[in-house]
Design a binder for this molecule. Structure first.
Ligand code: SF4
Length: 249
């Protein structure tokens, strides 16, 4: 028989609409068998103990990215975090930082989507529409592989110290998405579209502390994208200067 261990779950509760808006920790004692995830426990608490507990979830497979939260001080997806992964019998759950809390573990991720939209996160082409798919070589696909894996969970956004002090910063996920299309052999966006991030709220704002890399559950490594975009901007600048010099000669 599988032996269950009892854990104490402390969950930060808060309701932005409640007259008394003070956040408070609610405590739940739950018997957990090995292999159970934090999300499985949250589902159990809501189903069996407290139906008012709020959190987001959907796929339970680290694909939809909706159950991002702070688990014992580390940002991660609740569905891929096993309760037994921690060297303690107390699990503390808090909402994702850098966002307004709507209720309990549910945050308003509108700012994240606003930044995402800014980089035009889709294939842009100016050539005539082909009558069949545009093939890519294996090498071309490998160039974008790491960035394609992004599930838009916002873990990196929550972990970013620059966003904490500068909410208008574009953020790691949007930069990774832009790099994903810049490196895509099928994309035809002009080089000057990168200029949207060529400022103190764009790629130059990054402190390169790698917190986004630590927080990302999909190894997207957004800092790599930021470095790649910085290099592309510098290259564009030199090419423009060289072009001007040639015209003057
Ligand atoms: Fe989530 Fe990683 Fe994408 Fe950021 S880069 S949104 S952490 S998957």
């Amino acid at each position: 028989m599988i032996k269950a261990s009892t854990y104490t779950f402390k969950i930060l509760r808060y309701d932005a609409k409640a007259p008394d808006k003070k956040p408070r920790f609610a405590t739940y004692r739950i018997a957990v068998i090995p292999g159970l995830t934090v999300l499985a426990v949250l589902l159990r608490i809501r189903d069996e103990i407290d139906g008012t507990l709020s959190y987001r979830c959907s796929c339970r497979s680290a694909v939809c990215g909706s159950c991002a939260m702070v688990i014992n001080g580390k940002i991660d997806l609740a569905c891929r975090t096993q309760v037994s992964a921690f060297n303690t019998d107390t699990i503390i759950l808090e909402p994702l930082p850098n966002f307004e809390v709507i209720r309990d573990l549910v945050v308003d991720i509108t700012p994240f989507w606003n930044m995402y939209e800014k980089v035009r996160p889709y294939l842009i082409r100016h050539s005539a529409v082909p009558d069949r798919e545009i093939p890519q070589s294996e090498a071309e696909r490998l160039r974008i592989d790491q960035f394609v894996n992004c599930i838009l969970c916002a873990c990196c956004y929550g972990a970013c110290p620059v966003i904490a002090r500068e909410p208008d910063y574009i953020g790691p996920a949007a930069a990774a998405k832009l790099e994903r299309f810049v490196l895509d052999s099928r994309d035809e966006r002009p080089a000057d579209t990168l200029e949207i991030l060529n400022n103190e709220k764009g790629v130059w704002a990054c402190d390169t502390l790698f917190r986004c890399i630590d927080a990302c559950p999909k190894d997207v490594r957004p800092t790599d994208a930021i470095v790649g975009l910085r290099k592309a901007l510098v290259k564009n600048r030199f090419q423009n200067l060289l072009g001007k010099k040639k015209d003057e000669a």
